[in-house]
Design a binder for this molecule. Structure first.
Ligand code: COA
Length: 312
């Protein structure tokens, strides 16, 4: 049997910090409203999707001790590619020195977890080493006059190296979901800005993420009581808390980064994983629940028994 495990992680945020107070100078909002409704205090804006993906991936490769030339595949989850054609991943692979296939995937904020599950499947088919990155420049598709979306979104990247291992590996269960009926609640037309019905997204997000997590746990043969750490998509602290409550997982088990980075879509889960490693939140043998949801609406969850890095 041939399994997979994460052997290195990396994260990258742009330098420019935009606080809630900064936003309040350009639109009708205030720090108190944004903090209490979302948990976000500041976010980072700038750069390109390629830059964020490359920088986060370099760190992940270095920490895994993997040479980019030895990668078998580069998967880049993004909703904000740098151009319409070609995909962003071939340029990322080139910048890293990889000589393998490269593909963009767009499952919105669930994208990186989709990529993680796909990497596991490709490793089961014979590949040895796969880079799974998530990177975004949501600031480019945001109307900075629109207080309903501009307070939420941000830019950045995260990445992990997934490698083959003897035995079953670390991925114990997973779930991928999509409900096209709810795509009308969160979308951007070609060349347009993000449009969102916040209340509907909130309502569907909690059930999508909790249901997906439950299916992944069931496939792993585990229950919520077995979960040691949750690495959730970082959209809104209230969504994360409501999801933990529905699952029956204490909210303090969830790693939170949204207060300083906002919602960076496909980048939040790998960035938060890297942050958890750097903060010493993960121990060998921990059961980790990764769960994301986003436009589509999509959801994706993965349950891992961690044998990856425990210090940054
Ligand atoms: N600052 C101040 N007031 C604002 C505001 C802002 N940025 N945005 C909206 N408001 C106002 C509204 O106009 C409304 O005023 P009214 O009562 O006078 O009509 C009031 O605040 C409440 O708005 P509402 O939309 O009901 O707030 P909410 O509690 O649903 O919170 C969100 C709004 C966007 C924070 C919340 O719905 C949410 O987080 N949804 C999920 C979004 C998400 O996660 N998207 C990404 C998914 S990957």
């Amino acid at each position: 049997m041939r399994g997979s495990r994460i052997t290195g992680t990396g994260g990258r945020l742009p330098d420019k910090v935009v606080t809630n107070h900064d936003l309040a100078t350009r639109m009708d909002t205030d720090d108190e409203w944004i903090r209490s409704r979302t948990g976000i205090e500041e976010r980072r804006i700038g750069g390109t999707t390629t830059e964020h993906a490359v920088e986060a991936s370099r760190l992940a490769l270095e920490r895994a001790g993997v040479d980019a030339a030895d990668l078998d595949l580069v998967i880049l989850a993004t909703t904000t590619p740098d151009r319409a054609v070609p995909g962003t991943s071939p340029g990322v692979a080139l910048a890293l020195g990889a000589r393998c296939g490269a593909i963009d995937i767009n499952a919105a904020c669930s994208g990186w977890v989709y990529g993680l599950v796909m990497a596991h499947a490709m490793i089961g088919s014979g590949m040895e080493r796969i880079l799974v990155a998530g990177a975004e420049t949501l600031s480019r598709i945001t109307d900075w006059e629109d207080r309903t979306t501009a307070i939420l979104v941000a830019d950045g990247g995260g990445a992990a190296v997934v490698e083959a291992t003897d035995g079953p590996g670390d991925l114990l269960g997973w779930d991928l979901a999509a409900d096209g009926d709810t795509e009308k609640y969160l979308f951007a037309e070609m060349g347009g800005y993000l449009e969102m019905n916040g209340k509907e997204v909130f309502r569907h997000a909690v059930s999508l993420m909790a249901d997906s997590s439950e299916r992944a746990l069931a496939q792993a043969g585990l229950s919520a009581d077995d979960v040691d750490v949750v690495i959730p998509h970082q959209a809104n602290i209230r969504i994360i808390e409501a999801c933990c409550k529905r699952l029956g997982v204490p909210p303090e088990k969830a790693v939170i980064t949204l207060h300083f980075m906002g919602n960076t879509s496909a980048a939040t889960v790998p960035f938060t994983l890297d942050h958890a490693v750097a903060e010493g939140r993960l121990s060998d043998g921990d059961v980790i629940l990764f769960s994301g949801f986003g436009a589509g609406m999509t959801a994706a969850s993965a349950v891992m028994r961690w044998s990856g890095p425990t210090t940054g």
